[in-house]
Ligand binder design. Structure first.
Ligand code: 3PG
Length: 213
């Protein structure tokens, strides 16, 4: 897959809903009900971070959930890319980008939303053909004002800001012309996942769609 094709697909995924939930899931038995709650609440694109031992099994379970579009986050290595793809991930997300990682995603036909924090990083990705990028860590990097400023000279790049984004500050990003959606963990808080409060998570998803959609 070319970087251009990857960006086309990343754009489509980012435009499915205003928020891509960032999920850190420890218990595979919570995977299906968690994904069902988020999809039912209007958030179909899900990023499962490869930060727990259960993550690949979680992707496998979530990939079966009707209406879900399941991706793997925190992709760092070619082995991550291959494992994520094999588990059923249909897109990838990374906190940054290396040539090795980009090569692996392209070779494995896994559309990637590559992370960037500076103009030079964004330009390097653009040079390679990636026009849809993750701005990370968004709030720590200066938040919406920083992303707005980056957009002035680089309007051809669209972003999914992630990291410190909340229901409160998401509108500041989403009103920028270079922001397609935001990523965030607030719609699936660890305590609600642990207690199996799927109705509560569906309510958070609905609230995000209602306020940000
Ligand atoms: C992460 O690093 O887990 C993601 O960027 C999500 O960040 P958040 O928990 O601040 O939404």
């Amino acid at each position: 897959m070319t970087p251009e094709a990857a960006s086309t697909r990343a754009r489509e995924i980012c435009l499915l809903a205003p928020v891509v939930p960032v999920l850190v899931v420890h218990d595979v038995s919570t995977a299906a009900p968690l994904a069902q709650a988020l999809v039912a609440g209007g958030l179909p694109a899900l990023e499962v971070t490869l930060r727990t031992p259960a993550a690949l099994e979680v992707i496998r379970e979530m990939a079966q959930v009707q209406g879900g579009v399941v991706g793997a986050g925190t992709l760092l290595t070619p082995a991550d890319v291959e494992a994520a793809k094999e588990a059923g991930a249909t897109f990838g997300v990374s906190p940054g980008a290396t040539d090795v990682l980009l090569d692996a995603c392209e070779a494995n036909d896994l559309p990637l939303l590559p992370g960037t924090a500076t103009s030079s990083e964004a330009m390097r990705l653009l040079e390679r053909g990636y026009t849809v990028q993750k701005f990370f860590p968004a709030e720590a990097n200066g938040g919406a004002p920083a992303l707005k400023a980056i957009g002035a000279p680089l309007p051809q790049i669209s972003f999914c800001p992630t990291g410190g984004v909340s229901l409160k500050n998401a509108p500041d990003y989403l009103k920028l012309p270079n922001t397609l959606c935001v990523g965030g963990s607030w719609v699936a808080p660890g305590d609600l996942v642990k207690s199996g409060d799927w109705a509560g998570i569906e309510t958070l998803a609905r609230e995000a769609v209602a306020k940000l959609g």
